[in-house]
Design a protein around this ligand. Sequence first.
Ligand code: PGA
Length: 261
Amino acid sequence: MSTTTRPLVIGNWKMNLDFVESVHLGQQIGVLLKNKPAEHTDVVVVPPFVDIRSVSSIVTSERIPVAVGAQHVNPNENGAHTGEISTSMLKRLNVSWVLVGHSERRSMYAMDDAVVASTLRATVRSGLQGVLCVGENSAVRDADGQGAFVQGQLESALEGLDEKFREQVTVAYEPIWAIGTGATASSEQISAMTTFIRQALRRLEMTDTRVLYGGSVNADNASSIISEGGVDGFLVGGASLKAESFCAVIQACNDCYAGKR
Ligand code: PGA
């Protein structure tokens, strides 16, 4: 992790937890963060759409120091898009972050690079922070093609983006073979890809962009990855569904940042 960048930890709850369970988890995270504040770390929780309103309400009313995100958004402003949600609907619910192009959406819901690019554009233009998710599958990794693959994803999403919106972008490197599998990428693999991604971002004059890692991050591996992997934080799936493990990941980032300053 760089010494000057505040770490960011995002909990992606995916299609888990109904609104009652989501509120409960949000409150538990609030209690843990009050007992042990993570003052150097930005935290975002990303519930399913139908839970957002409830989670936003308790975050505001109980002053829980987390922002609320959405797992996806439709790039259109409104209209005949059955089943979809717009940026303005999210903003009305105090959502400030959106995951864009998560590999599950790319692979299962036909989100190609062009749709990822238009979704990222719509997200940042509306004033929301976009988390651009990139990462290769195991076949690409086995052929040692991860660099070119991720570079292609970055370029197609970012090259057409107006410069004034680029500071609203965070990049999450999530190798698909590490997501939900327990097979975390090694710190060396993460560090190599983070360095590569930062070079690509530098060419786009995005030197301050935070680069996160996601893929089976948990309470046990977060400390070593944050100190050795060259990342600015994490996008956490499974381990974000329990307040204890999610807050342990947050504390690992917070301690690393505090220790290095
Ligand atoms: P995981 O998911 O932590 O369960 O591997 C990460 C993600 O998909 O964002």
